[in-house]
Design a protein around this ligand. Structure first.
Ligand code: NAD
Ligand code: LMR
Length: 329
């Protein structure tokens, strides 16, 4: 079988980190062939064409075809998986929402082009920031494509949260599970350890022994560290995360296609779960079952957790109002 995958912004940093992992089979496994469509704007075509030459030189057995284009109709033609990466990154001192005016306009036309050209079962993952609201814009412009097929990447935040927790506990990161992200891919996000397990056991007691007052550690250390990790990376390396973002994108799409054996996190459309207003693309604890994300329902939220979720959702509502005022929605 062959899967057609479109990567927008394929000439950019994350695009470059993604392409070779996809071609190597990290996304869909060692049996599935891939056909890549690299969609760029005219200024990015040279870099994408260069990447296509390098893909050829990689002699990847799974790579059937690579096409580089700046025409969205060609770029999304028959695509099964659309990775919407192409957008400006933020610089030092900016919040991701500051990118709305610059990037929001990209996602309406791309949503419409996906609806007109992609395969009927297309799955869309928005990476370009601000990812949740860009996904909302794309979904709203994609007549006939269910909103459930549009998702925003928050897996990088979850990976960061699990890694921070593992480091604090001095355990291997793969033993840390159930650390979902709620809300927006922004500084208001809520990385939630209430249900976290280490080696299958609740994390609470072991954590208390190490950090002492867990609520204070969460408020003052863990949550700000995870929620502001993107800004920390920008400060330290001089530009935003690339390889970790590409890796999280692979995790997200692989799990969506192949399924999960536990919870993870994704920005998905709300149907009112946990009081999140219907239609918003918010991060939730999710499972992937039969190729579809399902929100994990019935979890208890303490008053403190509830206020954290509400604050991030309030920001998503504000972003929606901003893009409505800009005429993008
Ligand atoms: P980059 O500047 O290196 O690359 C962006 C590429 O997108 C460029 O090649 C540009 O020509 C292209 N592009 C711009 N508009 C386009 C359009 N309309 N169609 C197709 N291509 C277009 O940036 P990057 O470091 O690759 O980051 C890309 C985006 O991903 C940024 O918005 C960044 O903030 C975001 N990001 C999100 C996460 C996340 O977890 N959600 C993580 C890291 C980065
Ligand atoms: C990240 O979380 O690393 C990305 O969203 C880039 C950014 O602007 O922080």
């Amino acid at each position: 079988m062959t899967t057609t995958i479109t990567i927008t912004g394929a000439g950019g940093q994350i695009g470059y980190a993604l392409l070779f992992r996809i071609a190597a089979g990290d996304l869909l496994g060692p049996e599935e062939k891939v056909r890549l469509r690299l969609l760029e704007i005219p200024q990015g075509l040279g870099a994408a064409e260069g990447a296509a030459l390098e893909l050829q030189d990689g002699a990847f057995g799974l790579l059937e075809h690579v096409e580089v284009t700046d025409d969205a109709a060609v770029g999304f033609d028959g695509t099964d998986l659309a990775l919407l990466v192409g957008a400006r990154p933020r610089g030092p001192g900016m919040e991701r929402a500051d990118l709305l005016a610059a990037n929001g306009g990209i996602f309406g036309p791309q949503g419409a082009a996906i609806a007109a050209n992609a395969a009927s079962g297309v799955r869309v993952t928005v990476v370009g920031n601000p990812a949740n609201t860009n996904a909302l814009i794309a979904a709203a412009s994609a007549d006939g494509v269910p909103a459930e097929r549009f998702t925003a990447l928050t897996r990088l935040d979850e990976n960061r949260a699990r890694a921070q927790l593992a480091q604090t506990l001095g355990v291997p990161v793969h033993t840390v599970r159930r650390v979902p992200i709620w809300g927006n891919h922004s500084a208001t996000q809520f990385p939630d350890i209430s249900h976290a397990t280490v080696g299958g056991k609740p994390v609470g007691e072991a954590l208390e022994q190490i950090v002492g007052d867990v609520p204070t550690w969460l408020d003052e250390t863990f949550i700000p560290r995870v929620a502001k990790r993107g800004a920390e990376i920008i400060e330290v390396r001089g530009s935003s995360s690339v390889a970790s973002a590409a890796s999280a994108t692979i995790d997200h799409v692989r799990d969506w296609v192949q399924g999960t054996d536990d919870w993870t996190s994704a920005g998905v459309v709300s149907h009112g779960e946990y009081g999140v207003p219907e239609g918003l693309i918010s991060s939730f604890p999710v499972r992937s079952v039969d190729g579809e994300w399902q929100i994990v329902e019935g979890l208890e939220l303490s008053d403190w957790a509830r206020s954290r979720v509400d604050a991030s959702v309030a920001e998503l509502l504000q972003e929606r109002e901003t893009v409505q005022a800009l005429g993008l929605l």
